[in-house]
Design a protein around this ligand. Sequence first.
Ligand SMILES: [Mg+2]
Length: 260
Amino acid sequence: MTAFEAAILDVDGTIVRGEELIPGAIDGLRALENAGIDRLLFSNNPTRGAAHYGAKLEPHGLDIASESVLTSALVSAEYLQANHAGESIFLVGDDRLRAILENHDLTVTDDPDESDVVLGSFDREFSYGTIWESLRALEGDTQFYGTDPDVTIPTDEGEIPGSGTILAAMEAVAGREPDSILGKPSKMAAETAISRLETPPERTLVVGDRLNTDIELGNRAGMTTAAVLTGVTERGDLEDAAVEPDYVLESLGEVGELLE
Ligand SMILES: [Mg+2]
């Protein structure tokens, strides 16, 4: 009989690396399923909705329903829908994120002088023009949010700049920090995950490869946390780390050991 009723699982570096499934991931997902634990996949990717991960994992024999997937794009859209419906959102971010916001009936404006809310995120088109528009959009008491704090994103071609880098530039030009960053490890992200799972934090396990997002979210929310060594964190990084997981697993394949 396990102490857990639900598990929040990171995706990149925990279940997949690029397009490849990480060895042991399927075993880990099955072990959770066999123990009757509800699984929620939670990625800080700010350019994807739920359907993407179902489609990505289906060829590997995994049937993941959209209700069982969260991304920082979805958390941001749900938060803005609850708190800023009808307001004009100036987005520095990907076209797919814009579509996700619009699908949540949010109003995205291209005019920085019209913005009530600014959302900063991963943006491949980021330029001098973007930062100039950000300066104008962030004037006054405009609310300033970010989708996720990830400074870099691991890809098959090595690391690329992520939302955290874009937000740092916006923060520099505006002379102020974002009011909130909505993806992992924020309180909003934890609350969104908890309400999806309908499970108290003390009966929830978080597994992920990033200490400052996955493990930090779980530690702050009072969940049990397990770091996997299949992504950005290596065993040596854990020695002096400011954020400490309850458990360290070589891979998600070992998660069954925590359920006995
Ligand atoms: Mg990860």
